[in-house]
Design a protein around this ligand. Structure first.
Ligand SMILES: CC(=O)SCCNC(=O)CCNC(=O)[C@H](O)C(C)(C)COP(=O)(O)OP(=O)(O)OC[C@H]1O[C@@H](n2cnc3c(N)ncnc32)[C@H](O)[C@@H]1OP(=O)(O)O
Ligand SMILES: O=C([O-])CC(=O)C(=O)O
Length: 375
């Protein structure tokens, strides 16, 4: 009987479809959204503009952007049944499970009845996901039922305001803006692919997003930013970081926040968030976390030619803004929901159900064995 251990190739190097939304790892910057370079977007755009670009297909005019920002601001409030559900979730739950439940509950209340509603539902999700996580966090950790309707213009400012109970500084709002832009879209990454698989069955958009949240949760994908933080916060000095990293490599452990399935030499998002992390470290008078992070980067490149991906310096940047580690990956959701929804639209527009083949490596055909003869 020929039976092999199934080996996963992770579909690496194979095209699984086409997209007009994003290029990853192509020559030039390596990352573009609808043809716009990530460096230009992070430098000049606001996240709401990028959301518009991804979801509506072009950069907005000033009038269109103003209308979009004001639409998003009007969609931040949570229906009472969502608040009731969030209040039942324990404080020690994983915040990504909270996001998943929040998105799913919303789908019960604001069900997508027809694909003509897809744009409005995507806008609602962009507006409401920060409210979902902050409402749960503040209720379960601080014992307060917060107002989820804020007057902040930006999604990032709204998130920080709800989390800290006061408006964010200009610098912090700017960093959140950059971070949300960097995380917004990344071609056929695992969570987006999962949203597209779900969309290909002609399912509703809340199901696509809920599935994508579950996929992003894992430490090999979005969960790496909080795993990186959990690692670096233990180290008191660059020397200790170097010793520990060398030990982990010797034990063949994975170092979270390093490496990438597509990029081979660098992740273009890293240099951008690293610069912001350095500025935040200076503002905070940090002499530990940033130097520790830099040393990890040096050692990983020297020893393994592995580079920081988007997640690694996000850890210190978020930490310097007073964001609890467990909320790092939910912020990724608040951003990537734009990319997920844009991919759902694209999948629906040219749909065929996604159903690949598998190479069978199991037993040859066998004779049926009655239960009393089995050992
Ligand atoms: C926003 C994002 O989602 S970015 C990704 C976030 N994820 C992480 O940071 C988790 C840590 N990184 C990883 O686990 C991987 O680099 C992934 C999952 C991102 C990519 O996985 P793959 O495409 O399978 O990696 P790849 O084929 O390049 O790996 C090659 C080798 O490098 C090793 N390697 C890759 N990343 C790491 C790492 N972070 N630490 C240690 N070794 C690593 C692999 O173990 C593999 O070694 P092997 O051939 O001896 O088994
Ligand atoms: O593209 C990937 O595989 C993972 C990634 O960096 C992302 O989703 O931002």
């Amino acid at each position: 009987m020929a039976e092999n251990t199934p080996v996963s190739t992770g579909l690496r190097g194979q095209s699984a479809g086409s997209t007009a939304l994003c290029t990853v790892g192509k020559s030039g910057s390596g990352l573009t959204y609808r043809g716009y370079d990530i460096h230009d977007l992070a430098e000049h755009a606001r996240f709401e503009e990028v959301a518009y670009l991804l979801l509506k297909g072009k950069l907005p005019t000033q009038a269109e952007l103003d209308a979009y920002v004001s639409k998003l601001k009007g969609l931040r409030d949570l229906p009472q049944p969502v608040k009731t559900v969030l209040e039942q979730i324990p404080a020690d739950a994983h915040p990504m499970d909270v996001m998943r439940t929040g998105a799913s509950m919303l789908g019960n209340l604001e069900t997508e009845e027809s694909f003509e509603e897809q744009q409005d539902i995507a806008d609602r999700l962009v507006a409401v996901l920060p409210s979902i996580i902050c409402y749960w966090y503040r209720y379960t950790h601080d014992g307060v039922r917060i107002e989820t309707q804020s007057d902040d213009d930006s999604v990032g400012g709204h998130f920080l305001h709800l989390l800290h109970g006061k408006p964010a500084s200009e610098r912090h709002e700017r960093v959140m803006n950059v971070s949300l832009i960097l995380y917004a879209e990344h071609e056929f990454n695992a969570s987006t692919f999962s949203a597209r698989v779900c969309a290909s069955t002609l399912s509703d958009i809340h199901s696509c997003v809920t599935g994508a949240i579950g996929t992003l949760r894992g430490p090999l994908h979005g969960g790496a930013n909080e795993a990186a933080m959990a690692m670096i916060e233990n180290w008191q000095s660059p020397e200790e970081a170097e010793r520990e990293i060398l030990g982990m490599l010797a034990r063949k452990e994975r170092i979270m926040g390093f490496g990438h399935a597509i990029y081979r030499e660098s992740d273009p998002r890293n240099a951008i968030i690293k610069r912001w992390s350095k500025r935040l470290a200076e503002d905070a008078g940090d002499t530990r976390l940033y130097p520790v992070s830099e040393r990890c980067e040096e050692v990983m490149w020297r020893e393994k030619k592995l580079f920081c991906n988007a997640d690694f310096f996000h850890a210190s940047a978020y930490h310097f803004m007073g964001i609890p580690t467990k909320l790092f990956t939910p912020i990724f959701v608040c951003s990537r929901v734009t990319g997920w929804c844009a991919h759902v639209f694209e999948q629906r527009a040219g749909n065929r159900i996604i159903r690949p083949n598998a190479d069978y490596v199991g037993p040859e055909p066998q004779e049926w064995l009655p239960i009393e003869r089995r050992s």
